[in-house]
Design a protein around this ligand. Sequence first.
Ligand SMILES: *Cc1c(COP(=O)(O)O)cnc(C)c1O
Length: 381
Amino acid sequence: MNNSKIWLSSPHMGGNEQKYVNEAFETNWVAPLGPNVTGFERDLEQYINENGHVAALSSGTAAIHLGLVLLGVKLGDEVICQSFTFSASANPILYQGAIPIFIDSEYETWNMCPKALEEAIIDRISKGKKPKAIIAVHLYGMPFKVDEIKVVANKYEIPIIEDSAEALGSSYKGRKCGTFGDIGVLSFNGNKIITTSGGGALVASSKELKEKAVFFATQSRDNAPHYQHSEIGYNYRLSNICAGIGRGQMEVLDKHVSLRREMHDFYANYFANNDGIKVLSEPNSDYFSNHWLSAILVDPNKNNGKTREDLRLAFENANIESRPLWKPMHLQPIFEKYPYYGEKVAQELFENGLCLPSGSNLENEDKKRIRQTLNVFFKID
Ligand SMILES: *Cc1c(COP(=O)(O)O)cnc(C)c1O
């Protein structure tokens, strides 16, 4: 049997990407602006929200950083951030010299716990500083508890940066993720649901906000014939070559979402009769996940003592990539000195959780190998 590597999530081209890239070469738009950048922004706006304002950027991390800049986050300010996430959600807080305040998850969506969020805000205010922003994440494509988080944010009038880097194509109550925050963030890194090889976008709630984001992203040039600067600038715009890949990818985004959702169903069906495995699934019909990565929790007590690490090694021996869930930020050496609010939900998810191969390009042959590896591991014939 073919034993080539099965990846967790690898780039999956639709077919027209090179056409747009070639157009860029033919017209000499080999620059961080041009028709592909404009076209890709328009495609994204049409996809997530007709009235949206999208600025294409060099990465999702750049979008989070600019989000903080746009919200006026400065040295010594406090910014609330979901602890259970990829480090790119939190790093930009430190770029601004601000202080991250980490929040635990809840068990239903694995995202920011609204109760722990409110406790944290009350405590930070009582200690003398109201947090400047809340970074909430739709992890693995699963929407966070949007209504509950927004109620708390509105009550204390704190803006939300919605980290939707993993959730393009997901929605909550019929509305696309990326459009709930004061600022939304998308990523098109190589392993995301669509890729531009590297890239991201900032979703702004107004035309003015988008224009300000593009201003900062292009070195903050004042309106003058020479180069004049009154504010700190950044070089964060997306290349017109990469944006060409993005335009091709937008043509297949919905197909990729259904294929990822099929991978989730494959695992949900496989584990339906094992009450020692929980597959991350939508809590109810308000939630629609793109299931960017399918993720499970392994309860060793109900699986003859076998842990998620045992399963990861079994996959590794079969040349199949799987990966522990994100290690919470409050447990990371670089972030552990910052305040944390909550219990041990995020930690427990990390200790028992595993991401399984989820790509939209997995073939039936790959699924067969995954199934066989699981059968051997769980001793099912
Ligand atoms: C990928 C990712 C980012 C950062 O996006 P890049 O484009 O890789 O910079 C931010 N947050 C989360 C949750 C991500 O998964």
